[in-house]
Design a protein around this ligand. Structure first.
Ligand SMILES: [Zn+2]
Length: 339
């Protein structure tokens, strides 16, 4: 291959294909490694993942000249539409697999953690074990959740592209979802698999491992029920999405969708079931939210707490009346017996 000529064979990029995926398909054709192929494009020493994040006009023109692809087709393989804050979200390979896409093909959309269907085939992604979200949640439940996930994904798209997002920014919502609203606690009875007494003794470590308790499980109780208990906790803030599993990222995207739809309601729902320390953490996570929202949360939380106290004391009074009645009956019986 000469340094400046056009490469004799060039694959046309597939729909939404990333530059790294295209280069990794091209390199073996010329019996090269990816970095050798990048060098052959005239970009020696450049990392293909840096190039696919941003190609300068000159670099794009160089690749176009070497390959005969149009400069637009070359630039379309990069993530230039995304803002700098979103780079941590971009995985090096597709996060999850589409059963109909070739294994060596990596599309841009599949690098983002808030995509749950193949952009080309429309089918659900599968995780590393081959499981879909429908398998995990049940098809009906998944369908219902998907509506909220779409709202969440639209919000995340706007954030990733640096577009104006209204009142609440995606990272601020994620801070709340990942806040530890209660003290860590071992798996409760609902979370434990059925075990024999012997298993319970053998798995004592599992049964006593404290699990982080995060607001996500309040906003998306479906996740709380469906997720394996040890894999339930997510990382804090944006890292939750950047490093989450398919299931975790879906739950987070649903949670974002729900909070965007009604931030006041969900903030209060979380605070009402928080313990004292956790409530402090949730309040801190909410502190960057717009003042108007925080005021509405404070006012409604105060009322919700008052109603909760009233409900509890009514319950207590009812219990006391009940036991009083019971005592009366008892004493009556007692009198009856001795009389
Ligand atoms: Zn596909």
């Amino acid at each position: 291959m000469t340094a400046h000529g056009r490469l004799p064979v060039v694959y046309f990029p597939e729909a939404d294909e990333r530059l790294s995926s295209w280069a990794a398909r091209m390199a073996p054709f010329y019996a090269m490694t990816v970095s050798e192929f990048v060098a052959a494009l005239g970009l020696k020493g450049h990392d293909v993942f840096d190039l696919e994040w941003r190609l300068s006009e000159g670099q794009g023109a160089l690749i176009a000249a070497r390959t005969g692809l149009s400069p637009e087709a070359v630039q379309a393989m990069t993530f230039r539409e995304l803002g700098a804050a979103a780079r941590m979200m971009i995985a090096r390979k597709s996060r999850s697999a589409c059963p109909h896409c070739p294994e060596d093909l990596h599309r841009k959309a599949a690098a983002q953690p808030w995509r749950f269907r193949c952009k080309v085939h429309g089918v659900e992604f599968r995780d590393a074990t081959g499981e879909t979200l429908s398998d995990r949640f049940g098809a009906d439940c998944f369908k219902k959740l998907e509506g909220h996930a779409e709202a969440g994904a639209a919000h995340l798209d706007a954030w990733a592209c640096g577009a104006g997002q209204g009142d609440l920014k995606a990272p601020e919502v994620l801070q709340v979802l990942t806040a530890r609203h209660r003290r860590a606690s071992p798996p409760n009875v609902d979370e434990q698999p059925r075990m024999s007494l012997k298993d319970r003794r053998d798995y004592q470590d599992f049964l006593t491992t404290p699990i982080l308790r995060q607001a996500l499980t309040v906003v998306v109780p479906e996740y709380d029920q469906a997720a394996p208990v040890l894999a339930k906790p997510v990382r804090p803030g944006l890292h939750a999405l950047a490093q989450g599993s398919l299931l975790q990222c879906f739950a987070l995207t649903v949670g974002i969708g729900r909070i965007i739809e009604d931030p006041v309601k969900w903030a209060i729902s979380v605070m009402l079931v928080s313990d004292a320390e956790g409530q402090g953490r949730v309040r801190q996570a909410i502190s960057p939210w717009p003042l108007s929202l925080k005021r509405r949360i404070s006012a409604r939380f105060w009322r919700a707490e008052r109603d909760e106290r009233a409900r509890q004391s009514a319950e207590k009074a009812a219990r006391q009346r009940q036991s009083h009645k019971y005592r009366l009956i008892q004493s009556h019986k007692y009198r009856y017996r001795i009389s």
